[in-house]
Design a protein around this ligand. Sequence first.
Ligand SMILES: [Zn+2]
Length: 89
Amino acid sequence: MSSSERKPERQCMGCREHKTKDGLLRVARLPDGRVLLDTRGKSGGRGMYVCPDAVCLRRIRKNRAPERCLKTRIPEDVYAELDALCAAV
Ligand SMILES: [Zn+2]
């Protein structure tokens, strides 16, 4: 990967740091209202980003960022998926 390549940055809703998209997990809310972990970054709809980090994950569960960003709550099964990805990092 070329370091001279400029990539758009996104903000983690847990720690508020800006990182490139591939350093973050995207949670998407689809137009039909479903919320899912968007592993490819290709799902449409509204999205929010969080670091693959247990600390950031805990923060977004507490700070209601999903409610603000996605206008809905993240279901427990999606949190479970996020947890699994954090553990894998
Ligand atoms: Zn973070």
